[in-house]
Design a protein around this ligand. Structure first.
Ligand code: GLN
Length: 245
């Protein structure tokens, strides 16, 4: 068994070590004897997702997102839209998440069209939403767990009617600091404002991504349980700290 991972824009969108999410996914696969490979697609390079199982897009500053716009519109946007409709598993972090939406409007009113794969949009604000976060997340088996992370964004993201958030905010701002939603879950796309990197301290969520990708490629996913005591202690230490605050 093998999973093929694509890292889009590792050269530009890697704020707060989002690449660590790939290291975490590969290690949790390796501990289970499952191989994985990573294809890095930088600005100006061709994006081919036809044989990809998992796509990571990290976060970046407004400037970096603006730099990427021409490259996105050079064919990558269409590739992303069709791969997402085809069910590819995506982890999109902050700026990478915003860019899968319809558009980004700066607080001065300049509107940049983005990929248009997700029915959401982002409006820049003069408020910086920054700090540690705790989100309540419902797993596919109906169980609820927490996601701990770190956010730093000025964009406020609004989901269209009927678009499911990834989680609900317990501590932090989430999508916009107003409606209590965090991120998005659309088909197999998981968008979130959580940097960190996100996955090492959230093993349940990491395994959900791996299971989703394995089931899509192989029809089933037997992820043997791992000893997550260290990861869980790191997770719980943040919960204790943030719930006391
Ligand atoms: N530049 C975007 C914003 O500030 C995304 C930031 C990020 O990726 N951390 O909202």
């Amino acid at each position: 068994m093998e999973l093929k991972i694509c890292h889009l824009y590792p050269d530009v969108l890697n704020l707060y070590g989002d690449t660590g999410n790939i290291l975490c996914m590969r290690q949790r696969l390796s501990w289970r004897g499952i191989d994985s490979g990573v294809t890095r697609v930088c600005v100006g390079e061709t994006l081919d997702l036809s044989d990809c199982d998992l796509l990571l897009i990290g976060g970046g500053q407004d400037f970096e997102q603006e730099v990427l716009l021409p490259d996105l519109c050079s064919g990558k946007a269409e590739t992303l839209r069709s791969a997402i409709e085809d069910g590819i598993c995506v982890l999109a972090i902050c700026g990478g998440y915003q860019m899968l939406g319809q558009y980004y409007e700066t607080w001065q009113g300049l509107r940049c069209d983005f990929v248009g794969a997700l029915d959401l949009y982002t409006v820049g604000s003069q408020q910086r939403m920054i700090g540690n976060t705790v989100y309540r997340f419902r797993n596919t088996d109906g169980s609820e767990s927490s996601i701990v992370g770190f956010e730093n964004h000025s964009g406020k993201t609004w989901l269209a009617e009927g678009v499911e958030p990834l989680a609900r905010v317990e501590v932090g701002f989430g999508n916009n600091g107003e409606d209590g939603t965090e991120g998005v879950h659309y088909r197999n796309v998981f968008g979130t404002y959580s940097h960190g990197p996100l996955l090492p301290k959230n093993p349940v969520f990491c395994d959900l991504l791996l299971r989703t990708a394995l089931e899509r490629r192989y029809g089933k996913a037997d992820l043997i349980p791992l000893d997550d005591s260290a990861e869980q202690e790191a997770h719980d230490a943040m919960l204790r700290r943030l719930r006391k605050a």
